[in-house]
Design a protein around this ligand. Structure first.
Ligand SMILES: [Zn+2]
Length: 460
């Protein structure tokens, strides 16, 4: 899916401002020449119809001289040159096509044809809502150039070739963002999201953090008041303004007395992964919370340990109270072995993972997979509901090992270990995490000293 080009309008404003300025300068210069010519050759005609004004200086001449002086003081010359193109940008709407857009800007289907049948012109056909298409014409409304602003980072300009009738040449103009590092320490007092928000973290970074740690931390039920999170991450800047989130480089989470750390590492094959300080992958066979924790009702409640729902069956799983419609994920890769309805379970899905493991998801509002489907970890398999014997909307989640129910909250201790980095990668890994380890440690000290929620340090 095409990302929404953020800041596209800003780019447009900026370039227009620059163009406006040079147009004023160029316009002023040419006006001055015209006025001087008029003074030289048309003096008689020009003064004939006007009341005598010998004693007063001509305000027009004064004004243009001023502009010309400004032009020179700005380092511009008065040598006539080609005027910059005057762009009119049109936003691509939902359901738009080139013909509609060209017509809206006052250009014809023939123009569309000429641009798109030129060499490299086909690329212009790939337009998405929110992008800008710019037009520049001469005084006789002949189309001179078209620009396709895909994002603030990329635009393509199609320019009419003077030598070749009906042909446009194209040029791709790209910009690069500047990567800056940031580190943030936060203490959870009410919820992870609130703490993150107060520390100025974007939702995207918080979600990414949750995804990295999702195999070891249940973000719906684990967080406690006083938990500390240190996070070292990158942000992409364009023109000194934040453009997008970058990578999380390292993170630590002190959760209820245990410390979880994760470090980003690119191995010698170029594969990106997150590992603990020992080089064990953070990617586990199962998610700890198989649902969108951000929707879990007050995702952190210091007084609540386990919300228990009264059901008629013996309670052998974990309940996640969440609004109806909250996405439920497959806890791990596997195959749907049952997807049905019963009076006790309501809408339910059972997933088999390899030989030994099985996960159950009950009381669903909607099922999104069918029996026999293969599913990937994190894939949405349904939504939270209150079907069957349930007193309110919640996900009842069960974990079975060799047919025996286990507590999903503690079962991870008996699961096979996650993949570790091979010996050949360890030296490079240890070297790579040396600095982030120190940065996290420093952050921990400074965060602890101030005792504030959301201590932030700019890092290099
Ligand atoms: Zn239950």
């Amino acid at each position: 899916m095409q990302p929404k080009p953020r800041g596209a309008t800003r780019l447009y404003t900026d370039t227009t401002a620059i163009e406006n300025r040079s147009r004023v300068l160029w316009g002023g210069a040419s006006l001055l020449v015209l006025v001087l010519l008029a003074q030289l050759f048309l003096n008689d005609d020009a003064t004939k119809d006007q009341p005598s004004s010998d004693s007063r200086p001509d305000p027009l001449v004064l004004a243009t001289t001023q502009v010309a002086w400004e032009a020179m003081s700005e380092g511009q010359t008065l040598v006539p040159r080609e005027a910059p193109l005057e762009w009119v940008d049109v936003t691509v709407r939902k359901g738009d096509n080139l013909s509609l857009i060209f017509n809206r800007a006052g250009f014809s289907d023939r123009d569309v044809f000429e641009v798109t049948t030129s060499e490299d012109g086909k690329a212009l056909r790939k337009i998405f809502p929110g992008q800008l298409i710019g037009f520049a014409a001469d005084e006789s409304e002949q189309l001179l150039a078209v620009r396709h602003i895909e994002s603030p980072l990329k635009q393509t300009v199609y320019t009419r070739e003077e030598a070749k009738e009906g042909q446009f040449s194209s040029e791709v103009i790209t910009r690069e963002t500047e990567v800056r590092q940031r580190s943030v320490a936060l203490t959870i007092s009410s919820s992870l999201f609130l703490a993150g928000e107060q520390a100025g973290l974007s939702d995207g970074i918080i979600m990414e953090l949750a995804a990295i740690l999702g195999g070891v931390i249940d973000f719906a039920l684990d967080p406690r008041r006083g938990d500390e999170i240190m996070i070292l991450f990158e942000e992409n800047f364009l023109d000194d303004e934040k453009y997008s989130d970058g990578n999380i480089l390292a993170a630590s989470f002190s959760n209820n007395g245990r410390l979880v750390e994760a470090f980003r590492f690119i191995d010698s094959y170029g594969d990106v992964g997150y590992y603990d300080a020992e080089g064990v992958s953070m990617r586990k066979a199962f998610l700890k919370a198989p649902l969108d924790f951000t929707r879990v009702s007050s995702s952190f409640n210091p007084n609540r340990l386990h919300p228990i729902y009264k059901t008629k069956r013996p309670h052998r799983g974990t309940d996640y109270a969440a609004p109806r419609g909250t996405p439920v994920y497959a806890a791990g890769d596997g195959r749907v072995v049952e997807a049905g309805y019963s009076r006790a379970n309501g809408n339910y899905i059972f997933i088999q993972h390899g030989e030994a493991f099985k996960t159950h998801y009950l009381h669903l509002n909607k099922k999104r997979v069918a029996k026999g489907n293969r599913v990937k970890q994190g894939q949405i398999i349904g939504t939270v509901g209150s079907t069957g014997a349930a007193t309110g909307p919640h996900l009842h989640y069960e974990f079975l090992v060799n047919g025996v129910h286990r507590n999903p909250r503690t079962v991870h201790k008996i699961l096979p270990k996650a993949r570790s980095l091979p010996e050949t990668e360890l030296a490079a890994f240890r070297k790579a995490i040396r600095q982030p380890v120190q940065q996290l440690a420093a952050l921990k000290i400074s965060g602890a000293e101030t005792g504030e929620t959301g201590t932030e340090t700019g890092a290099e």
